[in-house]
Write a protein that binds this ligand. Structure first.
Ligand code: BG6
Length: 481
């Protein structure tokens, strides 16, 4: 309830995620008056520092427009910082006292954001439970991946959390669920009659869900090498998109009804088979400059013999009546030629062709970023005297269609959802379990058999071998992706 005071406690306040993402996000929410009026912020971490030092470090990541200077001062006045250990209860008792000082009235709520390394995760949550639970309101806990590294470690973590908090208190962030076009999947599919009858194996040849990034590890090699591309992006962000593209219509828009359907469709997916995966690792580009010239193994924080994939392409199969036989291709890669995340739903060739094979397939493209868009590639007669076929689009590009509306940032939207208690765009425990069931066997096989990723050049389209995989999955090229 927004009438009552809230405290937002950021654990790991001295870290990278805090300064680059969380401080800016809470500032924008504060600036736009979206938070409850009496919200206070407490940063907590091991580093001994003052709130002005925290402010100094995050400054360059926070936009302050002309006229907002006063508000920005007010924001920092609502902020405190406290140094303490992650494992000692006594330090959390101190934190509790600090928060209590803000809680004057009869009701007061607490939101904890865990921007801490996975190694201290269990200590932090136990101590919050023992020393920092709100007594005059709700306590909610926001957590970030990695949620374990495989089915066993993830389940251990889940059991640990279940022992401490109720599922309604736990907000597992997958920030892709905060993206505009990912949220729009539900309306595209279920508020339009036009797509419903063709959203199935009779009409769809294959579906590509793709994530490309134009830079390498950029010094995050230490974290990345432990996880790799499959765990970093595919098992979470891309699989979440898949479940929204493939699920059946939920009974209502209630968050649990939606998540029930997401889990159901995931349960129909077999663990990924060895023949359905291609892994790659980028090598330096001899013509590149600076970072671009470097390969993954040139990163000093990466072991020289690392076989961690920085690229992966996987084919998933959903064994239900709607999708049997339709390949769902997940593809993710770092150090590629462009930044792009999109879904391509490729329809089958028109049966009984009368155009001498000139008609290309229809494709519904949902571009998540950059530049949100949804367009349907279709065939038309090229305008003019001749009767020629031309490939054209029904194009909904957000920047031209919704000129006046800014698309909110994923983190802003999701953190606000935690204040309002909306769990629709957060990952439920059973979704996570299914995700690991699908991915753990292949991760194990790749690691145990020490499968060497195929090389691809930093800044290229990815490994050339990927084209043959796409062809195998009946995905036809009609552009540069
Ligand atoms: C994160 C991954 O979850 O998502 C990063 O850990 C990746 O490796 C990032 O760069 C991509 O997010 P976005 O919003 O920039 O597409």
């Amino acid at each position: 309830d927004f009438r009552f005071p809230h405290t937002f406690i950021l654990l790991g306040a001295s870290g990278d995620l805090a300064k680059k993402k969380i401080y800016p996000t809470i500032w924008y929410l504060y600036r736009d008056n979206l938070l409850p009026e009496n919200t206070k912020f407490v940063g907590y971490a091991r580093t001994k520092q003052t709130i002005s030092e925290v402010r100094e470090k995050s400054k360059k990541y926070m936009k302050v427009r002309a006229g907002e200077e006063r508000k920005f001062e007010q924001f920092w006045e609502a902020n405190e910082y406290l140094a303490g250990s992650y494992d000692k209860r006594i330090d959390y008792e101190m934190l509790n006292q600090q928060i209590s000082k803000f809680e004057k009235g009869p009701v007061a709520n607490r939101i904890f954001y865990l921007a801490v390394p996975p190694t201290v995760f269990e200590d932090v949550t136990v101590n919050i439970r023992n020393a920092c639970i709100a007594i005059k309101g709700y306590t909610r806990v926001i957590i970030e991946k990695p949620f374990g590294r495989d089915d066993v470690s993830s389940e251990k973590l889940s059991n640990h959390l279940i022992g401490l908090f109720k599922e309604e208190q736990i907000y597992r962030i997958d920030h892709y669920l905060g993206k505009e076009m990912v949220q729009n999947l539900l309306t595209t599919r279920f508020a339009n009659q036009i797509f419903n009858p063709s959203w199935n194996r009779e009409n769809i040849a294959s579906i590509l869900i793709s994530f490309k990034e134009p830079f390498g590890t950029e010094g995050r090699g230490g974290y990345f090498d432990d996880f790799g591309m499959i765990r970093d992006v595919m098992q979470n962000h891309l699989l979440q998109i898949l479940s929204l593209v493939a699920m059946e219509k939920p009974v209502t828009l209630n968050p649990n009804d939606i998540r029930d359907e997401k889990v159901k469709v995931l349960r129909h997916i077999q663990p990924i088979a060895m023949e359905d995966i291609l892994v790659g690792q980028y090598v330096g580009n001899p013509d590149g400059q600076g970072e671009d010239a470097l390969g993954y193994l040139d990163d000093p924080t990466v072991p020289k013999d690392s076989i961690t994939p920085t690229y992966a392409l996987a084919g998933l199969w959903i064994n239900n009546a709607r999708w049997q036989g339709v390949p769902f291709i997940l593809r993710s890669g770092k150090a590629l030629n462009e930044r792009k995340a999109e879904v391509r739903i490729q329809f089958k060739d028109v049966p009984g062709d009368i155009f001498d094979g000139k008609a290309k397939r229809n494709e519904l493209v949902i571009r998540v970023q950059p530049g949100e868009a949804l367009y349907l590639k279709m065939m038309g007669k090229s305008p003019g005297m001749k009767f020629d076929l031309v490939e054209t689009e029904l194009d909904l590009t957000y920047s031209t269609r919704y000129r006046e509306t800014d698309v909110p940032d994923a983190y802003e939207r999701l953190i606000l959802d935690v204040f309002t208690g909306t769990q629709m765009h957060f990952v439920r425990n059973d979704e996570l379990k299914e995700a690991w069931r699908i991915f753990t066997p292949i991760l194990k096989q790749l690691e145990e058999q020490r499968v060497k990723p195929v090389p691809y050049v930093h800044g290229s389209r990815g490994p050339p071998e990927a084209d043959a995989m796409l062809a195998k999955y009946n995905f036809k090229y009609s552009g540069s992706y």
